[in-house]
Design a protein. Structure first.
Length: 116
């Protein structure tokens, strides 16, 4: 079992930055790819970014590329999402996710609201 808890969301102005954190517990995530997804009101949950187990490979959705950086600290069992130059269309609930090969785990999400 893996428990994921996101934090760091909030209400910001367009152009501001936020750093989201996802802390895992229950087992070490050091061997798992970690990802962030987001879901805006009335829309499907979309992929935002992912990072390989060692952190050497990252993937980004085109909509956030160049503005968002995913990173991880395996010693802290934590994954981060640094978001810069935020836009109103980034408003969504942001979720952390991992798959251990046998099960899919999601956090409860953290709300990010970007005012224009």
């Amino acid at each position: 079992q893996v428990q994921l808890v996101e934090s760091g969301g909030g209400l910001v102005q367009a152009g501001d930055s936020l750093r989201l954190s996802c802390v895992a517990s229950g087992r070490s995530i050091r061997t798992y790819t970690m990802a962030w997804f987001r879901q805006a009101p009335g829309k499907e949950r979309d992929f935002v970014a992912a990072i390989s187990w060692g952190g050497s490979t990252t993937y980004y959705a085109d909509s956030v590329k160049g503005r968002v950086t995913i990173s991880r600290d395996n010693a802290k069992n934590t994954v981060y999402l640094q978001m810069n130059s935020l836009k109103p269309e980034d408003t969504a609930v942001y979720y952390c996710r991992t798959n251990t090969g046998g099960a899919d785990y999601w956090g409860q999400g953290t709300q990010v609201t970007v005012a224009s």
